[in-house]
Design a protein around this ligand. Structure first.
Ligand code: KIV
Ligand code: ZN
Length: 389
């Protein structure tokens, strides 16, 4: 255990919100992963699993984008899930109407605020950006929606303008403000400075939506939470535009493991959800993906396996059971005698000392020749040795 308790950290370095909400956008930003397209039925299946897992909010899609998106939003809404069902909309009436048509109660609406978005995408002045956003909030509120407002590309927006913008949407009635790091340019120290400033200036709940272009989305989201962010946007497996969004499983486990924050999530479903989404989307996780990758709890070196066999915490930060994963002992040139003994025991193969030595040397030799030694290889080698006795 890290030698500072959560209580000391809270006092010294952190400003944790009383409640932290998980806003999952796998079915919206996650589906924007290049090459991924989900059917209505697949979206429903994923929504049901996210609800079972216990996320607070599920952004089910962009209802104005297509007939299928509208239908999926309607059908997921009709399931009457525990999670709040959210629809995305640009700050335009037709998009908001599509969210209403899907009978959703919560809208995530946005407009670009940075100079790049103002000048090259929207071609709007600062004043028009603000008035468009305010009209969108007023329209959505008049129709009974809970409104979360994102200043797209917030992290590349001039701070004065960003704060003027948020002040206006808050005055118009927005219930949450969201801070997108749209192209993932933040670092933890920049996040700390920005989030501290936002929390000092705004009293309504603040959400973060961070992209992973520099591989920092999880670190930045944790930093934002340390500075008082009330909500994190996440996706299963970190899916999303380009290099993706903050990963759901990394945030949930890091909050639990580092700070003892349990949330309402059933962590034991994380691995199966990751696997399910990987199969439906066709996006396979790298073996070294934290928490859910094939190697997240795999051990090869003799030194590590020896430690693991005595006490798994020696080389594992959490137990695989916590996330519904499993431990794997892999054989190769780094294998030690303890690992081999344990594997042979698993397969009920008993060798004498001489046979054991021969099998051990063959495994090392295969590893040196650049070969991976599977459990089937081991069984074949050991049984050949037994039968040649
Ligand atoms: O990354 C982003 O800025 C978005 C917006 C729609 C909030 O996904
Ligand atoms: Zn995004």
């Amino acid at each position: 255990m890290y030698d500072k308790t959560i209580e000391t950290l809270k006092k010294e370095d952190m400003n944790l919100a009383d409640e932290i909400y998980i806003f999952d956008t796998t079915l919206r930003d996650g589906e924007q992963t290049p090459g991924v397209a989900l059917t209505v039925d697949e979206k429903i299946q994923i929504a049901l699993k996210l609800d079972q897992l216990g996320v607070d909010k599920i952004e089910v899609g962009f209802p104005a984008a297509s007939k299928g998106e509208l239908q999926a939003s309607k059908e997921i809404r009709a399931l009457d899930l525990n999670s709040t069902v959210v629809g995305l909309a640009r700050s335009v009436k037709d998009d908001i109407d599509a969210v209403l048509d899907a009978d959703l109660e919560y809208i995530h609406t946005f407009i670009g605020t940075s100079p790049l978005h103002r000048d090259y995408k929207l071609k709007m002045s600062k004043e028009t950006i603000i008035s468009t956003a305010v009209e969108a909030v007023e329209y959505a509120k008049d129709h009974g929606l809970t409104v979360e407002f994102s200043a797209e590309d917030a992290t590349r927006t001039e701070r004065d303008f960003l704060f003027d913008f948020y002040n206006e949407v808050v005055s118009a009635g927005a219930d949450f403000i969201d801070v997108p790091d749209t192209v993932g340019i933040l670092t933890p120290i920049l996040t700390r400075e920005l989030m501290t400033d936002i929390k000092e200036n705004f009293k309504i709940p603040v959400s973060v939506h961070f992209h992973n272009d520099f591989g920092l989305a999880t670190a930045n989201t944790l930093t934002a939470i340390e500075c008082g962010a009330n909500q994190a946007h996440v996706t299963v497996n970190g899916m999303g535009e380009r290099t993706g969004n903050t990963s759901l499983e990394e945030i949930v486990v890091a909050l639990y493991s580092a700070y003892g924050i349990k949330l309402n999530i059933d962590t034991s479903q994380l691995y199966s959800l990751s696997d399910f989404v990987g199969r439906l989307t066709g996006v396979k996780m790298p073996v070294n993906k934290p928490i859910v990758g094939d190697n997240a709890f795999a051990h090869e070196s003799g030194i590590h396996v020896h430690g693991i066999l005595n006490n798994s915490s020696t080389y594992e930060p959490i137990s695989p059971e916590l996330v519904g994963h499993s431990r794997k002992i892999v054989l190769g040139k780094h294998t030690g005698a303890n690992a081999l003994k344990s594997k042979l025991k698993d397969y009920h193969i008993e060798l004498n000392d001489e046979q054991f030595e021969k099998v051990f040397n063959q495994i090392k030799a295969l590893g040196d020749r650049g070969k991976c030694v599977t459990d089937d290889d081991l069984k074949a080698i050991a049984l050949t040795e037994l039968s040649s006795a």
